[in-house]
Design a binder for this molecule. Structure first.
Ligand SMILES: NC(=O)c1ccc[n+]([C@@H]2O[C@H](COP(=O)([O-])OP(=O)(O)OC[C@H]3O[C@@H](n4cnc5c(N)ncnc54)[C@H](OP(=O)(O)O)[C@@H]3O)[C@@H](O)[C@H]2O)c1
Length: 250
């Protein structure tokens, strides 16, 4: 398929996981991609793997100075973004008793402020026919101990989908969300857990997943690129849940 011929995407957090998988598939379908990440090392490594139709920007979604210079940096490569995937992020987990202000600010700056101002900054580069996709999570649908800050930040992002969709309909820009379940990415590396604890966490999660396996990043990319494509031309203001049913099956 060549659904993205002559199209330019900006994928925040494209050095790994679902962002990287989405960049890979977008390029396979003849598009060009700008990815962001927090370090030159990870960004350069990813664009080397993605090939000549990939470009990289070091930009931290939790740092507003970076977010407010993103448009200028993007313009070094293109004046027009057809598809914006606001994906950068990770979770950190603590109970309401233990969570401190730094934990709260870190996640809200990156996930809530970062998402809001990334969209605001890139919108001037988007024309009618373009699409925005925000990455939420199935955790907005369930109560999970130690997830209050992460889940509520993702609920704010979920709310942005509807409001942005209301505001951008008249511009012909579609806004939707992708709500992943447990996906096999590097997400656990930012939690502060060691390898053994990560393995233990994954083993304890598996029985609750209806398919008894983690999802692959490519399974998210397939859904994201469907939403970004013309096939989803009448889909606006909603979330596509890709979670093996974990948010609805008990
Ligand atoms: N994996 C899951 O089970 C799951 C489930 C639901 C939702 N999600 C969401 O999916 C999104 C992608 O995560 P993933 O699972 O694909 O994890 P991942 O493999 O760790 O990828 C995260 C990506 O985001 C980048 N990133 C992290 N913090 C950033 C920041 N402050 N500024 C800019 N880039 C940043 C990372 O790049 P660098 O390391 O190079 O900075 C990397 O490219 C996140 O929003 C996450 O909350 C994940």
């Amino acid at each position: 398929m060549q659904r993205f011929k002559n199209k330019f995407a900006l994928i925040t957090g494209g050095t790994n996981g679902m962002g990287f998988a989405t960049a890979q598939q977008f390029i396979q379908e003849h598009g060009k991609v700008i990815i962001t990440g927090r370090s030159a090392e990870t960004v350069n490594k990813a664009i080397d793997r993605l090939g000549q139709n990939a470009f990289g920007i070091v930009s931290n979604a939790g740092n507003m100075t970076d977010v407010f210079t993103l448009q200028k940096q993007v313009k070094q490569y293109t004046e027009n973004i057809d598809f914006l995937f606001v994906n950068a992020g990770y979770g950190k987990f603590a109970s309401v008793v233990d969570a401190d202000e730094a934990h709260f600010d870190e996640l809200y700056n990156m996930l809530v402020k970062g998402t809001f101002f990334t969209v605001q900054q890139i919108l001037p580069l988007m024309k009618a026919g373009s699409a925005i996709i925000l990455n939420t999570s199935f955790v907005t649908e369930v109560g999970m101990a130690n997830f209050s800050v992460y889940s509520s930040a993702k609920s704010a992002v979920q709310s942005f989908i509807k409001t942005f969709a209301a505001e951008l309909a008249e511009k012909g820009i579609r806004v939707n969300g992708i709500s992943p379940g447990h996906i096999k990415t590097n997400i656990y590396n930012n939690t502060g857990l060691n390898t053994e604890q990560i393995d233990g966490a994954i083993q304890s999660i598996l029985p609750a997943i209806p398919f008894k396996r983690l999802g692959e990043p490519a399974e998210i990319a397939n859904a994201v690129l469907f939403l970004a494509s013309q096939e989803a031309s009448y889909i606006h203001g909603t979330e596509l849940t890709v979670d093996a049913g974990i948010s609805v099956i008990r």
